[in-house]
Design a binder for this molecule. Sequence first.
Ligand code: HEC
Ligand code: HEC
Length: 374
Amino acid sequence: MKKNAALAVLATAAGLLFSQGGAAREASSSSTDCATHDGWDLACLRQIYVRPIAGWPRPHVPAGVTPQEMAPVSAIPVALVAPAVAALGQRLFNDPRLSRSNAVACISCHSPAHSFADSKRVSVGHAGRLGQRNTPGLLGVAQITPLFWDGRASTLEEQALGPLQHPDEMAMDAAALPAKLVALDDYPAQFDAAFGKKDGVTLARILTALADYQRTLLPPVTRFDTFLEGQRTALNDRELLGLHLFRTKARCMTCHSGALLTDQQFHNLGLSNYGSRKYEDLGRYLATGKNEDVGKFRTPGLRGVAASGPWMHNGAFAQMVGMLNMYNAGMSRPVPHNAQQAADPKFPVTSPLLQPLQLTSDEIIALKSFLEAL
Ligand code: HEC
Ligand code: HEC
């Protein structure tokens, strides 16, 4: 009996290590109140989540992490762009003639049907060449900075030059692009109409139009938004449990928070394929040159995520459940195999923010249902 009491104290202390003081402590106890010996009391969860968002269980996150609260799409600022410029940008985004082969458009990889990503493990560009990385979705991209999985571009204007010129993507000589467009259809007239008559078709204007169009790409309003905005019947029981787990036991809000469900920070999830000549990706290190950034990638937003698989920077997971099983295990934590690796300053270190989660298979299915509702 005494021993059990001591163990309980230890367990509570361990729990507190990962909460943020008083308020979080209370919230986490009220949230676990709905757990039963063989699952969850859904009616109890409903009662908790019928409250205003400020009264929901606080996110379970490690000490020192302060996640933004979840918010509906309506909370995302609408970009102030000239409609004529955005319309020109949309036309350019969809036009394969921006590529050298006239066969690859931005939309070839960033398809609206896939949350502006594609359904391939890694992207397929010029002459069928495979890229190194998975295509990220672009929903809400106006809010994201810096851009790319490794954060190497700071603006959408700067970013667009990347795919236009990349030999594996559109392989276009950017300097030659304005002259190419001048000769196509009514492009010159549309540039004049969008920007005024003075300078005609320039590379800077092409990049501005592409960027401004992308700034208009907001996530579609889903049942998750309806739920957040007050209609608490908009999510079914399984999705509601998924939401609760995402906030609490599964600790997802440590990194996936705010309206787009990203902290916009870089983390190492143990997926950088250390030592593989073909697949190793140093991630954020490639942009900063700092050893501590090896294998870190920017947390992607999760809006529309069900349509953008395979997932992760390298498309490592084609199945949502497989990916969630890895999170449940605390992801992988590569260990050095020999003295040389142990001494390597570029040996990747998996984020200490990840830990095994002890989710049951029913809970994994609930999390999956929640992700599908985003
Ligand atoms: C061949 C496929 C392909 C084409 C074509 C392509 N992209 Fe991409 N796009 C990608 C991949 C892959 C990445 C991620 C690359 C990385 O992080 O290194 C990416 C990243 C991006 C990002 C950064 C998103 C983020 O969350 O960081 C933006 C913005 C973007 N592309 C816009 C465009 C535009 C605009 C065009 C057309 C000019 C375009 N892409 C053409 C595959 C493509
Ligand atoms: C330590 C921060 C962190 C935590 C905690 C975390 N994630 Fe992630 N998540 C990331 C990062 C970083 C990536 C991209 C990693 C990569 O590509 O190497 C990612 C990728 C994803 C993706 C793939 C998205 C895409 O477009 O490819 C999904 C889905 C996802 N996380 C869901 C979750 C869920 C569900 C949880 C809770 C069980 C969770 N994450 C917990 C940081 C985190």
